[in-house]
Each structure stands twice: as structure tokens, then as C-alpha cells.
Design a protein around this ligand. Sequence first.
Ligand code: UD1
Ligand code: CA
Length: 460
Amino acid sequence: MTLHVIVLAAGKGSRMKSNIPKVLHQVAGIPMLHRVIAVASELAPQTTHLVLGHGMQQIEASLTEQSVTTSTVQQAQQLGTGHAVKLALDHIADDTVSLVLYGDVPLITGATLARCVEVATAGQVGVVTANFSNPEQLGRILRNDAGSIDAIVEFKDASPAQKAISEINSGILAAPTHLLRGWLQQVQPNNQQGEYYLTDIVSLAVRDGVSVQGLMVDEEQEVMGVNDRAQLAQAERLYQQQQTTALMGRGVTFADPARVDIRGELTCGIDCFVDINTVFIGEVTLGEGVTVGPGAIIENSHIGANVLIKAHTVIEGAQVADACQLGPFARIRPGSEFAEGVKVGNFVETKKARLGAGAKASHLSYLGDATIGAEANIGAGTVTCNYDGVDKHQTTVGDGAFVGTNSTLVAPLEIGANAFVAAGSTVTAKVAPDTLAVGRARQRTITKWLSPLKRKNPAE
Ligand code: UD1
Ligand code: CA
């Protein structure tokens, strides 16, 4: 049956104390609302309807920027969750199933949503619930003696006995659209908060003889709502824990799984070791046996097997083949492509640089817009002068070439295979293969000279 998703996100989220709408606050680098939409998309809904009010323009802009397609339903006044859903239903046909999600419940999984939708497809109401150790102000699930759900009562309307119930309403539910529409037309705001409660449809369903299935999740964190910064931090840690636990299950060792941040998708071969305070951003793959040193940051990069990434190395948009050694304190920028066994050491920066197998730049270099041949050695302090203030130019260093310490390579420049550049050279013209280039002032030695001290005080 055709599925429609409704995501409620019109509320102000005042407890966040923020100029940014609550649902745009991020968990693991992705706005909560984007996460919820992405999970819902696993169920291939016909349309995802967003009920927006506060911060509507900011929210729409952030979705457009990420090319996320949704349909906005404006709820100018937040009269309650029932009112919000009712507005969305104006855009949804009767013979469909509607699934209601919250933009501030970021850890919900596709599997739970699928179970919920399955119930609605069978003509019943599915409500996602959980047992909370500390249910605070959440709505409570009321079950009868036979164990089936009779109603949901909001905390503010609950009796002391009802407040003692630990099974809570996550807010997520699915129902046949025509039934949901009919019930919402009957919901009245006669409660403590004077709001139209979506939760009131449960007792109306029971009255009409439609069964309400409670789908209880195993982990309460899956349905945790984020209302303030403390809960945002909690959601972040829980998400991170899920990622590291899954990776440990696939053979990755973390020095401390609580001191790693994965903001995107990290795929690892077995026997990788990840040290503390490391950050992975976007799509990162590590081959087997990779070591990632403390403080390293790796973004949208592919790292081959047995690569050693030493402390505080920053890698972005790079392709690194097997057995390379990077860092400590190396900065590998986009377009860096290293063949097998490359060594890039401390305080070396590379950008759009292709290094052949076994090439080395061990200390203090800048290699930009460069192609470095296999087994070439780039001495400490070598800089490619790739930019003339207007355009970028290429530097090519042939296989087996040796570039001496503190060389200045003024691009466009070609240095042939097995050529040798003397230390301290400024090289502006092509160097033929197997030749020696010396580009520096000749040293003079002046014997009869007076130091400033002697000039001032000849007696000494
Ligand atoms: C709601 C549920 C409660 C449940 C809890 C889980 C109702 C009446 N109560 O309570 O049973 O335990 O969520 O978190 O449904 N929203 C709108 N428009 C509105 C009102 C709310 O879009 O007019 C959105 C909010 O932005 C938020 C979500 O709906 O994303 C929940 O609203 P909130 O006011 O936080 O509901 P609760 O009182 O927490
Ligand atoms: Ca809430």
C-alpha cells in the first residue's frame, strides 16, 4: 500500500536556547531532521510531508542545500500534534497508510518503522513504545487486563497511578489514512494544555473496534527525544557508541571507543587500530591493518591496507594505497593520491599531488599540483611554487629523482628521472634526466673581516 510519511517539526524548541531551529541541530554532523527523513526514506514513501512552523525558512533552506525532497505543510500556530497531523492529511489520499515521525527523535531505526507500517497496512494502528527507567513528562501507555492498549494519557493529565507506568509513547505511530483522518476530526482540545492531542486517536480507535498494537523497542535510546543541549549531547554519544560497537564487532580495536567521533560512514577492514581523539568525517574506508594515531582527522578518503597514520595527521579527499606512512602532523589535502609505500612525514602538506610508489617527503614540505615519481626523494623544506598570483602550475618530478633540502621548485617545472637538485636550489628551468641542477649563489669566504664587536672595540 502507498505510504506517506509525516514529520512533525513545527515546534519552537525553546529549551535549546538557540537561533537555529531545534531540528537542525546536528547528531554526528547531520541535522536531526535530515536523519529522520533519511531513515524514513528506507521505506520508500510516496511523499514525506514536513509540518513546519518556527524556523520554517531556515529548515527549508537546509533541505534544499542538501537536495532533500520533501513537501512542506505550514502550521502557523502550534495547536498540538493532532492539529499538525490533520493539516498534513489534507495532502494525503484516503487509501494510503500514514506514518507520523518527530523531527527531534533522531535515533529511530528503519526496522522499527517498518514494523509499525506493517501493522497499519493490516488495517490497525501501530504505536511505537518503550519502557523508560525515568519516563519524566512523556505520555504513558494505558493497557487493559488483557494487555492490549486502551489509551495514551499525557503526563500533565495523568493520575498518580498512571504516572507510575513506565511504558511511554514515543509519539511515532502509523495508521490507515482514512481512519486517522476520521479520528482527528473528532479530537477536541479539552485537556490540561488546551491542545489537539494526536494521542487521543488511540482511544477513538479502540472505541471503533480497531486494534492498537504497541511496538516496543528494545533500547529506550532509539526513541529518545531531544529537547535541550544535554539531550543532544546524550543522543550524540549514544549514536557514537552504536557506531563503535558495530565496528568492534567487525574486528576493529579502539583504544577507547568513547574518544572517537564518526560523522559519516566509516568502513574498516579487520585488525585496524584507532587511537583516541580521532575524527572520521563523510565517507572513509580503511583497509585491513590500518593504524590511526591519536588526534588524526580523516575526511572523505580511502586508506589502503597496513597504512600507518601517525598522531595529528589531517587527511581530506585523499586516496592512499597500501603500506604508506603518514605524519605525525602531516596535512593531506584533496586530490592527494599516494601509491604503495609512500612516506609523507611531519609538517608536510600535499594538495593535488600524486606520489609514485615508494616516494618520500619526510619533513617540512609543500607539494601542490605536483606529480612525484616512484622512489623519488623530496628533501626537507622543499616547496613547489605552484601559484603565480593568478594561475596554478604543475610540477613534475621523475622516478628516482633526488630533490635536495630546502629546494624551491618554481612551476611550471619538470625534473627528469634520476636527476639531482642540489640543496638550497631555486629551480626555474627544466632539469634533464640524470643531470645535476644547482641553482644557488656560490658561497664566498672572506677572511679579513671584522665582527661588529671588533669594529667597535679594536683592542679585543
Ligand atoms: C508528545 C506526545 C507524548 C509523547 C512525546 C514524545 C502528544 C499529545 N504527546 O508530547 O505522548 O510521549 O511527544 O516525545 O502527541 N509539534 C508540531 N506542532 C504542534 C505541536 C508539536 O509540529 O502543534 C511537533 C514538535 O515540534 C515536536 C513534536 O511535534 O517535534 C512533539 O511535540 P511536543 O510538544 O514536544 O510533544 P510532547 O508534549 O513532548
Ligand atoms: Ca517533546
